[in-house]
Ligand binder design. Structure first.
Ligand code: DX5
Ligand code: ZN
Length: 219
């Protein structure tokens, strides 16, 4: 399967969201980073902006799915709102869910693709008993909270382990990586097993955004 590229609008200019989304229309997914100032030390966006991003995406010749990454505590309280706002993939953090299995079931009930994210230090085996139910495993390769950080090398073996386990079980679950992905290291992420590459600063900071997307996809 070809690598999917998911530019993170965290690095976009929110005053020009429509143009910013149009500028990345050659991507595969639109990644939306939701932060609450509690799970992570930063506050970003809520369902209203997700709705605006959905409208911008629907105005494209080929609308892109919204990949909403919730870095928030007690995500269950807001899942229906984000789904209603237009999230196609909804990803919660394992560390933020006391009853992760219940949360994943709820995501399915809402008709969303169910994603679970792991912080860099969180071992992959927390997913052992829920992996079969997941559409996406999002492997953080920086400590979540900010764009533009450099990747934590120590996470590569974990990406490999997750991909191997998905294949061993014969699942269709996608492995997504998030943090510090650039055209010049995308190949390493792909070789480690990533199907989906999130890239914020590497895409929105590039003069040629379509070129950056292609470079990451084809690395
Ligand atoms: C980090 C976010 C990322 C971030 C990636 O907390 O989850 O999606 O925007 O940004 P870059 O690609 O700049 O590392
Ligand atoms: Zn993210």
């Amino acid at each position: 399967m070809p690598t999917l590229v998911a530019p993170s609008i965290l690095s976009a200019d929110f005053g020009r969201l429509n143009e910013e989304i149009t500028s990345i229309q050659s991507a595969d997914w639109i990644h939306v980073d939701v932060m609450d100032g509690r799970f992570v030390p930063n506050i970003t966006i809520g369902p209203l902006i997700v709705e605006a991003a959905r409208r911008a995406s629907q105005a494209l010749a080929a609308p892109l799915p919204l990949d909403v990454h919730l870095m928030i505590v007690e995500p269950d309280r807001y899942l229906a709102d984000f789904r209603k706002a237009g999230a196609d993939v909804l990803t919660v953090h394992a560390e933020a869910c006391v009853h992760l299995d219940r949360t994943v079931q709820y995501l399915h009930q809402l008709g969303a693709k169910a994603g679970v994210s792991l912080n860099p230090h969180t071992p992959e085996n927390v997913l052992d008993y829920v992996l079969d139910e997941l559409d996406v495993v999002l492997c953080m390769t920086v400590n979540p909270g900010f764009g533009g950080q450099s990747l934590i090398e120590r996470v590569f073996p974990k990406i490999e382990k997750i991909r191997r386990e998905i294949e061993r079980r014969g699942l269709k679950t996608l492995v997504e990586v998030d943090g510090g992905v650039k055209p010049d290291n995308a190949r390493r992420f792909r070789d480690a097993g990533a199907h989906v590459m999130v890239a914020g600063s590497a895409v929105f900071g590039a003069k040629d955004r379509a070129g950056a997307i292609t470079a990451i996809r084809e690395a």
